[in-house]
Design a binder for this molecule. Structure first.
Ligand SMILES: Cc1ncc(COP(=O)(O)O)c(C=O)c1O
Length: 465
């Protein structure tokens, strides 16, 4: 068969493509024909492109592995599913079936958890913006609330007055664990004494009882030692509260933050080298607990792991819509999914797999999304072989923070499907159409009449003359 003509190319060698650890995800020519045994072609034919795909089996497996890593090391562990990471109802349902309670950071998320059947006492309510109404509802339903700032202390005292009872609360802490930048905008700072100040204020008020401590040191934390520091400081503080103010701490909630096997932009090592195993985190955390708790004490260890549980179970299939050559010589592709769907592509460099073999030389390529916006770039540079229109690109891992932070902007949001264990594929969020976009819009009566066309205007002014 005659070979297809390929134009000869000279291109600049890129640094960072290879390093001493071998090839990196910058080199993308892995072929993927299916997901969990379902051919990409079938998924595309049935559900259209772009398409978010979640693997139920991967999700359950990862969840079980992470739970096991902790529960085999410490007898009193509870996982709260971090709703903001992915609050599609079907995804939450899977994780609740696996035994996770809910961790929410807004009234909307709280209502969603309740609607899914989670009782108030199985909901952790965090976040810096809890309205009085939301707090009152959550407190009366028995939720665990972690106080974020002084104003929330005053609000909670009002809730206690209104309900005519003392309320058990947790307080959120922030601290130096060696991680930069420090997430110091949430909670009370431990190192400066602010947290003790808040506890004294709560004690003085006499309306609230501190029974829990919460902290979330950041996300995509690559250093397990940071958690050992966090746990040690939290346990020490819990005994200061007990000894000085008489508060008995029942739970230590260390938040989320474990990394998925993903690549943060600007990192040198590939994820399989840079990302520690979940066992390493579990070992450091439970060691720090055993070394610092008093004999006989086993406070409840709570975790709010989001990214590490869901990220690798999520894929985005997108289709090459067109290709271009940029003035600087780079090859560029326009895909049908952009930053409107892949919000996290601003920070993460995803794996890109291709749905077919392309036996041609690769060259540095950039992948744009479909929006008429300069910022719409979902991959700033990968070595890709020449891709025909219609080629499917499979981006992963994209399960965390995309189907919550995505935007209805310019384009409709696509179908999201879940592949079950037996290969059944269910839509868990339908593709949008114009009725979704316009459902909440209202046009005042006076604006219903549209402007007359210029030609009609002309006729009118002519008639007057
Ligand atoms: C309070 C809290 N808990 C849990 C999480 C989940 O974090 P991750 O997805 O990094 O595990 C977050 C994320 O920002 C958070 O703010």
């Amino acid at each position: 068969m005659k070979k297809k003509y390929e134009k000869p190319l000279i291109f600049k060698l890129q640094t960072g493509v290879m390093n001493k650890y071998g090839s990196t995800p910058y080199y993308s020519r892995i072929t993927r024909r299916g997901l969990d045994g379902v051919p990409i072609k079938d998924l595309m034919d049935k559900f259209g492109s772009p398409l978010f795909v979640f693997s139920e089996e991967k999700l359950r497996q990862r969840c079980r592995d992470i739970h096991r890593a902790f529960s085999t090391r410490y007898p009193n562990v509870v996982f709260g599913w971090s709703y903001k990471t992915n609050y599609l109802s079907a995804i939450c349902a899977v994780l609740h079936q696996e035994g996770a309670i809910a961790e929410v950071v807004s009234e909307m998320e709280y209502d969603k958890a309740r609607k899914l059947g989670i009782p108030g006492h199985d909901i952790i309510f965090n976040g810096p913006h809890k309205s009085m109404e939301a707090m009152e509802k959550a407190v009366s339903e028995g939720a665990m609330l972690n106080i974020d700032h002084f104003d929330e202390i005053y609000d909670m005292e009002k809730v206690a007055d209104k309900l005519g009872k003392k309320i058990k609360v947790g307080i959120r802490l922030n601290m130096d664990t060696g991680i930069q930048p420090q997430w110091s905008r949430f909670g009370f700072n431990l190192d400066s004494g602010q947290a003790m100040h808040a506890a004294k204020r709560i004690s003085g008020g006499g309306k609230l009882i501190i029974n829990g401590l919460h902290c979330h040191i950041g996300t995509f934390i690559l250093d397990p030692n940071a958690y050992a520091v966090e746990v040690e400081k939290m346990v020490r503080f819990s005994y200061e509260l007990e000894d000085h103010l008489g508060f008995k701490i029942e739970y230590i909630d260390i938040g989320g933050g474990f990394p998925s096997v993903s690549k943060l932009k600007g990192t040198y090592l590939s994820p399989d080298i840079a990302v520690p195993s979940i066992e390493e985190f579990a070992e450091k955390i439970t060691d720090a607990l055993y070394q610092n708790v008093r004999p006989g004490d086993l406070p409840k260890l709570m975790l709010e792991t989001g990214r590490a549980i869901i990220d690798e179970a999520g894929y985005l299939i997108t289709t090459v819509f067109a290709s271009k050559r940029l003035p600087d010589g780079r090859k560029a592709y326009i895909a049908d999914a952009g930053v409107n769907l892949l919000f996290t592509s601003f920070w993460y460099k995803f794996n890109i797999e291709i749905d077919r073999e392309v036996p041609c030389a690769s060259e540095p390529s950039i992948i744009y999304g479909p929006m008429c916006m300069n910022i719409d770039v979902i991959d700033e540079g990968s070595l890709l072989p020449p891709l025909e229109r219609g080629t499917r690109l499979i981006f992963s891992p994209v399960g965390a923070y995309n189907v919550t932070q995505w935007a209805q902007f310019i384009e409709y949001r696509p179908n999201v499907v879940l592949i079950g264990k037996d290969g059944t594929v269910d839509i868990i969020r339908e593709a949008e159409d114009l009725t979704d976009i316009e459902r909440r819009e209202k046009v005042p009566e006076r604006l219903r009449q549209l402007a007359k066309k210029p030609s009609e205007k002309g006729k009118e002014s002519g008639a007057k003359k």
